[in-house]
Design a protein around this ligand. Sequence first.
Ligand code: GLU
Length: 478
Amino acid sequence: MASESSIDAAAPKAEVVTRFAPSPTGYLHIGGARTALFNWLYARHHGGRTLLRIEDTDRKRSTQDAIDAIIDGLAWLGLDYDAPPVFQSDRAERHAEVAWQLLEAGHAYKCFATSEELEAMREEQRANKKPLRYDGRWRDRDPSEAPEGVPFTIRIKAPKGGETTIQDRVQGAVTVRNEEIDDYIILRADGTPTYMLAVVVDDHDMGVTHVIRGDDHLNNAFRQLPIIRAMNAIEGNWPDPVYAHIPLIHGSDGAKLSKRHGALGVEAYRDEFGILPEALFNYLLRLGWGHGDREEITREEATQLFDLDGVGKSPSRFDLKKLENLNGHYLREADDARLAALVATRIGEDADEALLTRAMPVLKLRAKNLNELVEGAAFLFAKRPLGMTEKAAALLEGEARTILRSLCNALAAQNDWTSEALEATTKALAEEQGLGLGKLAQPMRAALTGTTTSPGIFDVLVLLGRDEALARLNAQAA
Ligand code: GLU
């Protein structure tokens, strides 16, 4: 799990430095991807730097698979970072160093309370319906009173009395009474740092100026500030970061987003739903951020337009339909050869990428995702005798096969195999036989594709090519 991770302390401090700090205990889910996107955009918009920190201190729950999935997912979305990822677990010694610095300067203290003692304290608080908080029993006690050989933790001295206000860029001014923040542990008895300490030290050392993250971390900000301010008192140059706590994403029913709502990893949107990265990028951008009522915003425009002022305060709702509609838009914008390559991988060895590229302009007209493109392209690679859907088979009953026979003869005589010429021939035949065009087109579609939906029938004829098209028609003609 550990890998090279260094922090270049000598790097000049850019004006804006943001970071995405995922815990690799699961894949990169929609909420995390949006947090990453906002951090990336904020830095890019302001000409700053954006960094990635893998918060892998929970060694039991962090996995290499999750780290890989997060890094892949970010790269797929086109979110690049200005330095190699920092792995929090590599930095435990540095975190501990800060804890000891705080202790020596009197901003933190050793706590010798045993776990039994602390449990009894909480039991009493519970019985008195008091909030469960460490009561500061070692805050002003001399460590010489400590029992011999008892391990200690290091606790931060949180401010007593008064209140703390954060000017959050999304939530506005948020105030908490300091009595609500207890003297929590920054260094455990085994010498390992707690999460709260690690985040603060890493943000400082990475030069982070703006902390943009989910609003489930707003409470943490009030706990992290005492460390920041104590270190600033000791060293200077530990300014409060600018905070922006963005509302969480809810499902379309308004409840917090869960697996049930499609809170999947981004790779599921890529692999299972066949979404393009630019569509997910645009969708995530619009999920909680707005610029007038514009829906379609490219990456370049987003970089120009994004700022925290446009981030709303209320939770946004995830809507797969909207994502798919946007995806349809981006499919139509996308380069045909690129789509052909994506579709070819999905189809496998039967696929012909050059043919797919030629077919793409008509295939992508209605598709909302890559799966629909694959379905739409299936007729191109179908082998004779063609399988028929039930509906297609029904279209080939009765006089349809006789109609196909005359159609075969007419088309075989047409040397100009273009959609205009083929259309003219078919229309002439319809007129001659006193039939509506649909009477010819429907069995033709069934015979050529084995289905009842396809691109325009004359495009189908052209894409299949003269020999294959005539062979398919002949196979169904009486
Ligand atoms: N690692 C935390 C998470 O994944 C984020 C911490 C932070 O942004 O400060 O929720």
